[in-house]
Design a protein around this ligand. Sequence first.
Ligand SMILES: [Zn+2]
Ligand SMILES: [Zn+2]
Length: 187
Amino acid sequence: MRPFGVSMEIKVSEIMPEGKSVELEVGLEDVGGEAAGEPGVDDVRILEPILGKFRIKKTGSTVTLFGEAKSALGLVCARCGGEFRYETESSFEMDLVPFTTIERADEKELQTDEMDVDYYKDDTIDLDEILREQVLLQAPMKPLCSEDCKGLCQYCRQDLNIKDCGCVAPTGHPGLAALKDLLKDNK
Ligand SMILES: [Zn+2]
Ligand SMILES: [Zn+2]
């Protein structure tokens, strides 16, 4: 394990022909804790230190990473607005090319459209940052605290997971409205 607070960076020139394996843990201090979310998606927070594993290979100046990342996100439910915990476990593969050859990487994209192509600068790859990005990528577009979250009442904003407010939709199905009346009488 690396010393506390030191960012895990790899020097590309130091990667041997046989490649390299790395296991690391990115502490919450290093992912930014509360401020871990991207601008505009503040609703995404990293809750747990990230456990990461890498197998690193180098071909010429291209570095290929096979990685795994495990953590947990704090998300806000798109229906009820409640915060909930979302476990993440992902594996990924990416090619990194030196920043100066990024145009050539674009040409190559046709052949490697299955893979992420990214770049590195100054002979350095920041594994912490890659893990952080990979974990944040796991956040669903429309997070739900549960598949059958009932959400909020559109009339009175009551959280329907906690209790039914009894609001009746003005243009509801007549049969359904009658049923709701019936239920109300039975309370
Ligand atoms: Zn919900
Ligand atoms: Zn209501």
